[in-house]
Design a protein around this ligand. Structure first.
Ligand code: UD1
Length: 339
């Protein structure tokens, strides 16, 4: 049984990926500092898979602790690195916190991986690296645009650090996965997204509004050059996204990669407007959503959705679940959290 380290494994995407790894027979060790997650997530993972992953509460900014971890777990063959701060607005206020949390931790892990005879590394990147792409759908060859925020910059710099390290480390193979908009929850309703405070992302805001936690959803702008005037995104079910991580990891472990650093878009390929997401919610939940149109949000791109050809051809992966599936699972999760 190969041992895989999942950093940030108690977070939203991390926990769903741990489930898929365990379902595929991997032994998982999680590192998480619990800064934006809870140890209770382990119970959810155990309820779904019948197995409890090893958990090490550790702050990856502590270099000596990272070294000690790899000395203890010297049989780790792969790392999926989720642990990072991700609030765009906060990153503008606290850039050094973001560079320290997201960059220094990555450097410490890569330093340890260079010491191993062979290592496979999967990095959580984001479609945010493309900014407002000139052509849609967005392929992996679309130019990386200047980052809009320190958060976005940490993803761009992170990719460059990995690429440069792979160049000089033949024993290290890496894939950066550029996520579009992950939403939803596991169908068991044992794990899901747990946003701290007021959610910034659309779907948690919708479900919290319907649950009565928020009064009203503000739709940020209906005067964009799109069919209904609201912004378009590619919303991907977190379970589809999690499965892609396992497939990407397997590609590296089985040495099927074409280069030792690769990038893949993870999206559905289908763009949905904000109002289409609201309609999907109203359809699957049977609830009327209280929303109003307000002004645009600063920094929003008009439209972003993935070209999924490379992931389909190279990974043999494509999404199976629909927007309705994802929104319904998010709603069931919200109801469970509030019950
Ligand atoms: C946001 C981040 C992005 C990050 C991603 C992670 C910004 C500018 N971008 O992307 O860097 O990688 O989350 O998931 O914060 N919307 C509303 N009302 C709301 C919330 C959102 O109308 O209360 C709209 C937005 O204007 C946007 C769409 O819903 O058009 C999706 O928003 P969101 O979930 O925040 O995702 P992104 O903006 O794509």
């Amino acid at each position: 049984m190969s041992k895989i380290l999942v950093t940030g494994g108690l977070g939203f995407i991390g926990s769903h990926t741990v489930v898929e790894l365990q379902n595929e027979g991997y032994e998982v060790v999680i590192i998480d500092d619990l800064s934006n997650s809870s140890e209770n997530v382990l119970d959810g993972i155990t309820a779904i898979t019948g197995k409890t992953p090893i958990f090490e509460k550790l702050d990856l900014k502590e270099k000596a602790d990272v070294e000690a971890f790899f000395a203890k777990h010297n049989d780790v063959v792969g790392v999926i690195h989720f642990a990072a701060s991700k609030a765009v607005g906060e990153s503008v206020q606290e850039p050094l916190l973001y560079y320290e949390n997201n960059i220094s931790t990555l450097v410490y892990i890569l330093k340890e991986l260079r010491k191993l005879p062979s290592a496979s590394f999967i990095f959580s990147s984001s479609c945010t690296v493309y900014g407002q792409a000139d052509e849609l759908p967005i392929t992996e060859n679309a130019p990386v645009k200047p980052a809009e925020s320190p958060y976005g910059n940490t993803k761009q710099i992170g990719e460059e650090i990995i690429r440069d390290t792979c160049k000089i480390t033949p024993s290290l193979k890496a894939i950066a996965l550029r996520y579009f908009n992950p939403i939803g929850a596991h169908e068991s309703v044992e794990i899901g997204e747990l946003p701290l405070g007021v959610p910034l992302n659309l779907v948690p805001f919708i479900t919290q509004t319907a649950a009565g936690v928020r009064e009203q959803l503000s739709v940020f702008g209906d005067d964009y050059p799109t069919p209904d005037g609201t912004c378009i995104r590619d919303y991907i079910h977190v379970v589809d996204l999690a499965k892609a991580h396992v497939i990407a990891l397997q590609r590296l472990l089985e040495e099927k990669n074409k280069e030792n650093y690769e990038t893949f878009n993870l999206g559905t390929g289908k763009g949905s407007s904000v109002l289409e997401v609201v309609q999907s919610f109203e359809k699957v939940s049977g609830e009327k959503l209280n929303y109003k149109i307000v002004g645009r949000r600063e920094g929003d791109v008009i439209s972003a959705y993935a070209d999924t050809t490379k992931a389909a051809e190279e990974l043999g992966w494509k999404t199976k679940l629909s927007l309705d599936d994802a929104v319904l699972s998010a709603w069931k999760w919200e109801q469970k959290v509030r019950s």
